[in-house]
Ligand binder design. Sequence first.
Ligand SMILES: [Fe+2]
Ligand SMILES: [Fe+2]
Length: 177
Amino acid sequence: MLIYDALKEDHDTLRRILQTLDETTSGAGTRRLELVEELREELIAHARAEEKIFYDTLKETDGTEDLALEGYGEHSTIESLLRELELTDPSHPRWETKLESLRRNVEHHLDEEETTTFECARRNLTPEEAAMMANAYLNLKDQIKSGSLLHSALETIAHYMPARFSRRFHGLSRQPF
Ligand SMILES: [Fe+2]
Ligand SMILES: [Fe+2]
């Protein structure tokens, strides 16, 4: 498997969740909340691992920061739109407008990555490098999903804090980003 296949698989998962969300009705508030939570888990793990493994490498090999910067910018827009959706009542008509805006932005971003960004990466990476990066990506994404990276970082931070204040850092990693 090459990095492009690993990223594309996750893009399809995101597209599927958004499609399912689009088919829900305003009476299915609980279902909407569950799906948005699932979307957050997939989207955040994908974005963080993609930035570290794919964009940061592209920045070094392409000789230009343009694509990487654009990607980082779009991730940040998408995450704000996701936050707005989470803060909207799922039974309110505004929720559907927010979902539509999030979906449009995510789909545009994924389509662009699968064309322009992948083409640029294929010019700059050997197939061997692209295969190694797929492994690295899957590994990092799993660690982000399981919360183990954040968990070990927070455990370390807890040691630097005065003992009586350190308790609140333990177990924090189970909370969402
Ligand atoms: Fe992305
Ligand atoms: Fe992506």
